[in-house]
Write a protein that binds this ligand. Structure first.
Ligand code: ADP
Ligand code: MG
Length: 461
């Protein structure tokens, strides 16, 4: 390696470290330690960022869930990078699981005070700071019923969109139940899968099962992540049955109702629906304002200097950031930080300026179907050909554009997008996005076409 390349790679490795901390902030500790912390920088090769991962499984998981976000973030630091590749450092000893040279994995298993890498219940997420309104009163009532009367509904299944308070409710239930039950386990489904796969590799499956099966209350967050991988589903299902049969309470959250979990076996779905299924919805304006006022109070007590946020600003935030409480609170925190530093009142126009990134991001409700219809009519091709497996450029290109726009304009994951294009693989979607990005750089006309379609979509809503 020439000196120059090695210097460049050193600098880049710093960029990677910086990016790692953004990932921690973005996804939280649980996801971060499960999947992303162990990813290390390898090198830059032309326009590709090459990263090291420990196993094939982790690579697949990252590609399916986080790779595109990592790429987006990395591009902000270095716009030359247009793709990510992974180098798998699978150790030879994984072929021989009896070998005892796998310390680095053991260490991970027993972090969090020997609790087998389970997530801790977050003491800050309690019902005292949970604002109840129309959007979540059912879930709140159901939670209280099981707190008072375990097994009343088993499992209790709470579903709803991102950032609407599911994790908060689950932790609040956990915090309440810890007062009266000794073995409460809270785990995100991601963590469950990850630890399970590790326990197989470390020959510790029995221990893994024992820990879960000893729970009096098992709380599983984001169950949509238990999918694919048949062994893990199978294990999940057995654990689940064993617990219900032994009278333990299960509480589950998910981003969708059980019947819409498309890659989970039917018998698991019907088990999941066997207790009580309730949803949380987006809060209305009044509830959003209440949540923000509660935050103001907290901010007021926490800050050394008194900061007061005008109702006008609160109403503005509550009005603009409707879809996710998490985003709304994020926006609020930015304003609060600004006020804390600058110590003066701000106008709505200034607030708008401070929040410009989050405000632009809200892309309304464009669906993949809207995108497909618009692209098909723009290029005047038939929907049938468009969705078929034909590869001639006249349909393949529009298909790639539609995939690209689906990634840009919706919040769907790569595998989800693939499925909406007649069950294509997520790698096909990645390829399409790359292709469109390349062509947009090379060919001005092409770029204009994509922008045109983008414009039509945003105008139609
Ligand atoms: P989800 O798990 O549904 O994605 P979270 O539970 O992580 O959402 O909620 C996102 C943020 O919004 C958290 O900071 C949470 O404390 C806060 N939050 C959600 N719902 C409420 C509520 N009803 N009252 C107060 N804060 C809430
Ligand atoms: Mg959550």
């Amino acid at each position: 390696m020439s000196n120059q390349t090695s210097l460049k790679n050193n600098l880049t490795s710093e960029k990677w470290d910086a990016l790692q901390s953004s990932l921690l902030g973005l996804y939280g500790k649980d996801v971060y330690t499960s999947w992303l912390q162990g990813v290390t920088f390898n090198k830059i090769n032309f326009n590709a960022l090459i990263l090291n991962v420990k196993t094939r499984f982790i690579r697949d998981w990252i590609v399916a869930h986080y790779a595109d976000k990592i790429l987006d973030l990395y591009k902000k630091q270095d716009s030359n990078i247009s793709r990510i590749e992974f180098q798998i450092l699978e150790r030879t000893e994984t072929k021989n699981p009896k070998s005892n040279v796998i310390d680095f994995e053991k260490k991970d298993l027993v972090q969090d005070s020997g609790s087998y890498g389970l997530s801790k219940i977050d003491e800050r997420l309690v019902f005292d700071n949970f604002v109840v309104g129309k959007s979540n009163e059912l879930a709140f009532a159901a939670a209280n019923r099981i707190i008072d009367n375990l097994n009343k509904y088993n499992p209790l299944y709470i579903y709803g969109g991102v950032g609407l308070g599911k994790t908060h409710i689950l932790n609040a239930i956990g915090n309440q139940l810890l007062k009266k039950v000794d073995k409460v386990i809270y785990v995100s489904a991601e963590r469950f899968m990850y630890q399970f796969v590790r326990s197989i590799k470390n020959n510790e499956v029995v221990k893994f099962k024992d820990i879960f099966r000893s729970a009096k209350v098992l709380i599983i967050d984001d169950i949509q992540f238990v999918s694919g991988k048949d062994v893990t589903q199978e294990e999940f299902f057995h654990t689940f049955n064993a617990l219900i049969e032994s009278g333990s309470q299960i509480v589950i959250s998910c981003d969708r109702p059980p019947n819409e979990l498309d890659r989970i076996q039917d018998r698991i779905k019907s088990r999941l629906s066997g207790g009580l299924v309730v949803d949380v919805q987006s809060p209305d304006f009044e509830q959003r304002v209440k949540i923000l006022k509660q935050r103001c109070l907290k901010e007021f007590h926490a800050s050394e200097r008194n900061i007061i946020i005008d109702d006008e600003i609160i109403n503005f935030i509550a009005n603009e950031l409707k879809l996710s409480i998490r985003e709304m609170i994020g926006a609020f925190n930015r304003i609060a930080a600004y006020l804390n530093i600058n110590q003066r009142k701000i106008s709505v126009a200034e607030a708008k300026h401070i929040l410009r990134d989050s405000l632009n991001k809200i892309h309304t409700n464009i669906t993949i179907e809207d995108i497909q219809k618009t692209v098909v009519s723009y290029y005047n091709i038939s929907m049938h050909d468009f969705m078929s497996s034909r590869r001639s450029r006249s349909v393949a290109r529009p298909r790639q554009i539609a995939m690209y726009l689906a990634k840009k304009m919706t919040t769907k994951s790569l595998p989800d997008i693939g499925r909406n294009f007649s069950g294509r693989d997520h790698t096909t979607v990645i390829h399409a996005i790359k292709k469109v990005e390349e062509l947009m750089i090379q060919d001005k006309n092409f770029e204009n076409e994509v922008k045109d379609i983008n414009g039509k979509l945003t105008k139609s809503i």
